[in-house]
Design a protein around this ligand. Structure first.
Ligand SMILES: Nc1ncnc2c1ncn2[C@@H]1O[C@H](COP(=O)(O)OP(=O)(O)OP(=O)(O)O)[C@@H](O)[C@H]1O
Length: 276
């Protein structure tokens, strides 16, 4: 397999402001020294409790948040992470699908406008962009007459399909999927997951799959990174990490997953600080 993403020691800090002039007083280290590689066609899950830095990492990978430090290569090509313009090149091969299908689509634009904008911004004609939009809509399982409708006319699952179609407009090789099923009903979740698997099987797209759902990750991903307080605690093959976790934090995270065995109450891990 060839390497699609290589991330070395990414750190992302949020500036924290205080005082009457709202000056930056310090930085909050949301992601610290995280490294991983993603092979072509592979699904890498990023798991960890709320606030561990999953979404921050996801957004930095497409340049929506600045990197404090680290190095990044996309299909063997090194990216200047300090240069925001370098990320416009990255976004031709690395696209993001967001958690909330209700807010991630502009309510004032038709589906056609949402889908064709990225191509028309690259100078592609409206006719050609429209044709591609029809193809991508069909691929995600929506009728082409959806093009003239607005996002509020669709269900949550359909909106998530529109989000995936938007990502597909530029023929990406990697999709960063940030909690893409967590706002959906279980039955709709399954359909969206099936569509994500189809991306991998039919188009060879690799996925960075951000999730807090450990059971889902176990059945869906190939590799996993476990994060805690912005740092990587453990990584490896999903079965190895989630069945035989080595790090105490991963062990506690797995122990906190509720079981359907009603005779046994779920184990509640003791409050511990794993960052030291
Ligand atoms: N704009 C911001 N300014 C300051 N701190 C932020 C900002 N956005 C996020 N954070 C903090 O950074 C940390 C990581 O947040 P992030 O949203 O990446 O976590 P997460 O693992 O995706 O959480 P969740 O699963 O709840 O979405 C959290 O402590 C959060 O409070």
């Amino acid at each position: 397999m060839s390497e699609s993403l290589k991330v070395e020691n990414i750190s992302v800090y949020y500036p924290m402001r205080s005082g009457v002039f709202s000056r930056v007083s310090h930085y909050f280290k949301a992601v610290q020294d995280v490294s991983f590689t993603l092979e072509a066609g592979e699904i890498l899950a990023v798991i960890g409790e709320s606030g561990c830095g999953k979404s921050t990492l996801a957004q930095a990978l497409v340049g929506l948040l600045p990197w404090h430090s680290g190095s990044y290569s996309v299909f063997g090509k090194s990216v200047d992470v300090k240069n925001p313009k370098a990320f416009s090149e990255v976004r031709k091969s690395v696209q993001m699908v967001f958690q909330d299908p209700f807010s991630s689509l502009n309510p004032r634009q038709t589906v056609s406008q949402i889908l064709t904008f990225p191509l028309m911004a690259q100078g592609i004609s409206k006719k050609e962009a429209q044709k591609k939009a029809e193809q991508e809509l069909e691929w995600v399982g929506l009728p082409t007459d959806s093009l003239e409708r607005f996002p509020h006319e669709f269900s949550g699952g359909q909106r998530q399909r529109i989000g995936i179609a938007r990502a597909l407009m530029v023929d990406p090789k990697v999709i960063i999927a940030d909690e893409v099923t967590s706002a959906l009903d279980v039955s709709v979740q399954a359909q969206v997951l099936e569509l994500l698997q189809k991306l991998r099987k039919e188009l060879g797209i690799s996925l960075v799959f951000i999730s807090h759902d450990i059971l889902l990750v176990r059945s869906f991903a190939d590799k996993v990174i476990v994060m805690y307080k912005g740092k990587k605690m453990e990584e490896g093959n999903v079965q190895d990490v989630l069945v035989n976790p080595k790090h105490p934090y991963t062990q506690a995270l797995i122990a906190s997953v509720p079981t359907l065995d009603f005779d046994k109450p779920p184990k509640v891990p003791e409050m511990m600080d794993f960052s030291v």
